[in-house]
Design a protein around this ligand. Structure first.
Ligand code: DC
Length: 344
């Protein structure tokens, strides 16, 4: 037998003895049932509750449901500003053969917001982040996905990968017929390492290789081809079907995931976006001219906004954030807050 720890939390509606005990019983029963725990194998249980719960110890519920011979401890939590109110947390230590990866931690009612990664695992919660080049989409998406344990799907990388293939094989990126014919020879696959996307072109990892100025320029041309978009659209929707995703791109909220739970449109002034791109290029020791980078972004914006199929535009139900004067952490915090508010 192994020893494992199982976590859980629930919020209560009223600070009354009945409500505290009833909710704690429900939480304990759910943890026991979902993890197939034999009550006699429980070693100890630690409860904590927020300071606004004063009418009874949650621990009373343990005896009520027939757990009589384990050690129990009940603590009051620190009272942190803006933390979830009226919340009871529990940690159960148990002798069990359950493997760590199969443990089901249980978060109920408003406490689901504490662990959206667990609470939403079956439902496929989708966050669409659209916006022009340099608006901060990928940097912010990486931070959010790490924080919430969502996977981050960078759809721009898919267009870049097809572009790389064309450049490697001397195919003109604006030649719709030739590019379309080649698509059957282009296998794109994604893997997620700690939630972060690695992209493969015909089984070769090209995650770094697709980040050149030449590919940026040609990707917005490739992105105008309908057969390319169709191929990628299927892949993008499939990924979102089975996972909680943060997906960034140009048409995610409008076209790829029109029913996304949260839609964000990021924007920033052209000079701020140019500055960010220049900083990225400087970090990679690439040579660049400010004005050329600026013009390149304007040209890509124009191509992305004015193409016939799935152009870059704000979804009607999206929330716009102008990131010009905000740090990436401020933007990430804002979006995380919006996501948590939308998790039922
Ligand atoms: O975000 P990025 O710079 O990596 O995107 C590369 C190009 O791909 C960009 O010019 C527009 C295109 N794109 C698109 O048309 N639709 C998407 N969902 C994502 C990117």
């Amino acid at each position: 037998m192994n020893i494992c720890s199982i976590r859980g939390a629930i919020t209560i509606e009223e600070n009354t003895k009945e409500n505290i005990v009833m909710n704690t019983e429900n939480l304990l029963n759910e943890i026991i049932e979902k993890n197939n725990i034999e009550k006699q194998n429980i070693i100890n249980i630690i409860f904590s509750s927020t300071k606004d719960i004063t009418k009874a110890y949650p621990a009373i519920a343990t005896r009520n449901i027939g757990i009589t011979d384990c050690a129990i401890m009940c603590l009051q939590e620190m009272d942190v500003e803006e933390s979830l109110k009226m919340c009871i947390r529990v940690m159960i230590t148990v002798n069990s053969n359950i493997k760590k990866q199969n443990i089901k931690h249980i978060y109920l009612k408003d406490a689901k917001k504490l662990r959206p990664d667990i609470s939403l695992a079956k439902s496929g919660f989708a966050v669409a982040i659209d916006g022009p080049a340099g608006s901060g989409k990928s940097t912010v998406s990486k931070i959010i996905s790490k924080e919430l344990s969502f996977i981050y799907v960078d759809t721009g990388a898919m267009f870049r990968t097809i572009t790389l293939y064309c450049l490697q094989n001397n195919i003109d990126c604006s030649d719709e017929t030739k590019v379309s014919k080649e698509l059957e020879n282009i296998d794109i696959s994604l893997e997620f390492e700690n939630g972060i996307q690695q992209i493969y072109l015909n089984n070769i990892n090209v995650t770094e290789k697709i980040r050149t100025q030449e590919i940026s320029k040609n990707a917005s041309i490739i992105a105008q081809i309908s057969s390319v978009r169709e191929k990628l659209l299927k892949m993008q929707r499939k990924i979102a079907e089975n996972s909680n995703v943060i997906m960034d791109g140009r048409d995610i909220g409008t076209n790829v995931l029109p029913n996304a739970n949260v839609k964000i449109y990021l924007d920033a002034d052209i000079d701020e976006r140019t500055k960010r791109r220049c900083e990225e290029l400087a970090m990679k020791n690439e040579t660049f001219e400010y004005n050329k980078v600026r013009q390149g972004i304007i040209d890509r914006d124009n191509a992305d906004k004015n193409r016939k199929i799935a152009p870059l535009k704000k979804a009607d139900d999206s929330i716009t954030i102008n990131t010009t004067n905000l740090s990436i952490y401020e933007v990430s915090e804002m979006i995380i807050k919006i996501i948590k508010e939308n998790i039922k």
